[in-house]
Ligand binder design. Sequence first.
Ligand SMILES: [Zn+2]
Length: 91
Amino acid sequence: MPMDVRAQACAYLRAGKVRVCSAGPGNYHPPEWVRARVEGQSSTYFVRLADGRWVCSCGEDGCPHVAAVQLCTGHGGLAAPSRRKPAGASR
Ligand SMILES: [Zn+2]
């Protein structure tokens, strides 16, 4: 992933633009499915993980919205520089 995508993803996280609506199953970590929302500059993007595939409503491949949600949910996939627990995970 290009550095600027990761930087953008981190910026979304820092600015609190990433909302994970639901993820599961249960407390499984990292989650097998995710539904999240990212507030972009001009509109809100919907990101989901299903069947091992990340899809974003912006329609681009490797976009920063997906990267931000991956960071948020502990998916090392594209963006994570190191493993971190997502906010809200107590264990
Ligand atoms: Zn996107």
